[in-house]
Write a protein that binds this ligand. Sequence first.
Ligand SMILES: [Zn+2]
Length: 782
Amino acid sequence: MHCDCFGRRPAETVVASFRQVGAQLFYAVAILLIPPRKGHTMLGISDPTVGGGNTGADTLDRPVEAEPEAVTTNGNGAAAEAGTRAPATGFEGTESITAPPLPIRPVPPIIVRKRLVRGRYRSASEGWLLTLRVDVDGHRPTRRISGDFFTVSGSTTAYFGSFAVHSPTVTTTATQVRVEGLGTFTWAAGAPKIRLTIARASLFEPPKPGTLEFLTTSNTAGASYYCPFESGFFRTVSYEQDSVAGAVPFLAYNTGSLPQPDGSPARVLSVPGAFAEAGIELLTTGGTNVIPVSDAGANAKWSDAELHAAMVNHFSAFTNAPRWQVWMLVATSHDGGYRGIMFDYGDAFQRQGAAVFHDAIGGTDAATQRSQLRTYVHELGHAFNLLHSWQKNLANPPAPLGPNGGLGDLSWMNYDWKYQQSASGPGGAAAYWAAFPFEFTENELAHLRHGFYRNVVMGANAFGTGAADVDPDLFDEPLVDNSGLALELRSPKPGFAYGEPVVVELKLAGTELRGRATHGYLHPNDDLVSIAVQQPSGRTVLYRPMLRHCVDEDRAVQVGVDKPALYESAYIGFGADGFLFEAPGTYRLRATYIAGDGSRVLSPVLRVRVRPPASRADEAAAELLLGDEQGQLLALLGSDASQLGKGVSAIDTLLDTFPDHPLAVYGRLVKGVNQQRDFKELTGDKTLRIREANGIEAASLLGQVAEASIADEDGVDNVTLNLAMRTQAKAEAKSGHPDQARDVLRQLVRTFENKNLNPLVLEGIRQQARETLDAIEGEIEE
Ligand SMILES: [Zn+2]
């Protein structure tokens, strides 16, 4: 639900025109003039800075459906039991991190010590609920205050808006702390100046409440809120972790086990502990489920489609609302070899779930435990909408990049192998661990603690960029380019039909004789390549994948020596923001590749044309592919998730109604690839079911894909055709037809020999065919 329902927009307009006058009287008149919208409860006041508030007399009971924070604690409850430290209760002048949790220990005699003024406060009045975060004291204070307003109507609570004071004046006397400054708001606040006063409590007393006052720019008093202390943590998130049997979940790592930087104290850090140091409480809920794998078969690898299905099943029990909760699945391994991924796509469940893969990160030695800690914290950091260190500038609003284009950040959100202090300075994993203090950066702390509600809470704004609009300047030509690398975007076809999945090819070449060392991650789902798309309307958006793969492993290559160039192909038609190429017209695409040394290598502009439909049949067939669920199925190459059932039916209708239409090939591809795999479904009640592959159907569908794509520019692009034919061969072998499998692979090589390809690309295809054949022969022998 949006706050527009409360007539906020008209109020803003009127208030803005009266703001110069600054008199509250005018505002009062203005709100009387705004008629309530039909069908909605109209609140008496549309701006919580100007009216409303309370002075302490009102009830402080929480409304039933309030979702400002998942669970209320006092900063000394469950989190302390879970082994994390409560940061609120430190002694004056000591860092909270070394402070004991409440309840208060026997107190040192004589000196009257004061409590830290820090943490979360809450005010509840007739129409408003306010969560206030005070961060001027204690461990790594960012010297900010921030808050979120919720409207309360009957037994419903809805988010209204957020504010922050980024550089306040803080005055501390013996008796009180006062924080004053101009706020930044998500709405046009009538009284934007903020004054917070909190009396200081001795260690023998509970923390004192604060009084938050709003003032107009001409210092007329606005609303005032009485805010009792709630928790030493700025935010509280429920954290549920499930693990697949055999995958041992990480518990804790002693940061002193291996050499660490001077000044970083040795301490035992769990995942909740690492967040507690940042002032964020992860409340472990529901224990840790271990999911039996008795019927999981030999294939313990998880595909993107299976992980996506597990996620939608897990969250199907919840309402589609932003909430402070996150789910971590500890699985065995990903079929792409990744360490971790984060689920992130268009509708309800953005940033609510992550997975880490035990086979890639498991182990009991100190170095492995250390990187497990980093991987877990890193993936959860994404759930809080933290971007990778080198991508902060792609956020909305953009955040500043750290040293060396962000690669110099000593953060959980950098990759250790990607760390590069400066272009010629120390870099790589050893340099990272020698300097990393097991902390988030200052900017990340400010986001975690004070980012506006929708930019942080799980399930609200999409990962990274709210509306995914990008500043086209980000993709401007660099003034100097000594990267030694050249990136090219290519279209596999001269144009795409209306509704046809858009695939692009990426090529990274060395421009120097001696070659250039870099990494081999070219797929935009791996987050080291970004593709900006300027749509026919002129709007520029970023392609953002549905699932983010965290490629926390160095895959170094010497481009220009080992290989003259690297190639990749990516389906970018559908991502976290839905379809990017829905409308007919000309699109301009540009990609950047973040090289090993931090260079940003920019591709020339590629123009891609989407043709308008030529007939009613073209239009009808395309629309059967353009649904949101069909987009997800195209990106995942099929799925068994019941939540995508409507998409599967639409694809069936496409194949039934338009079996000879050129777009039908994509329906067969999606169904064929999915039928070739044993599909693991992790249900909402945490049982693992396996649907076995149907090799005969898969082989038939993929055979039709190949047949339709043999001629150049017909059917699917070459990289997809290569994948389809190798999958077809596996399906034939699976259904007991090894001879047909060998035939398909021979046909595959012949097909590409007739396509006039670059000899190196052709050799790569021959190699893949040989590997597939070896795998098939291996399975036949077993
Ligand atoms: Zn990541």
